[in-house]
Unconditional design. Structure first.
Length: 93
């Protein structure tokens, strides 16, 4: 994870087609997220974006997928939060 004053980058490991939507904790530097959505036509990416927005208390428009569109390993940019704020909010889940 890296950040600038206006945004943070977050590495995410996505587990699609899970039994429930849930945070699964840190896996090294990546935050692991389980989603019920299947990995087809961007459904899992949309689900992860919605969950991150909810958990971090930001709008979905503040979260951008930078890399990993078709991979379980993704990098998101979160506008309006620092790396420390993102980590603190995810650790509180």
């Amino acid at each position: 994870m890296s950040d600038s004053p206006q945004s943070a980058r977050l590495a995410v490991k996505v587990v699609p087609s899970s039994s429930r939507n849930a945070p699964a904790g840190w896996l090294g530097e990546a935050f692991k997220i389980k989603v019920q959505a299947p990995p087809e036509r961007g459904k899992a990416n949309k689900a992860v974006t919605a969950l991150l927005a909810q958990w971090l208390g930001v709008s979905e428009n503040s979260i951008h997928l930078l890399s990993g569109d078709t991979s379980p390993a993704k990098v998101f940019q979160i506008d309006g939060l620092s790396e420390a704020e993102v980590r603190q909010r995810l650790n509180a889940l």
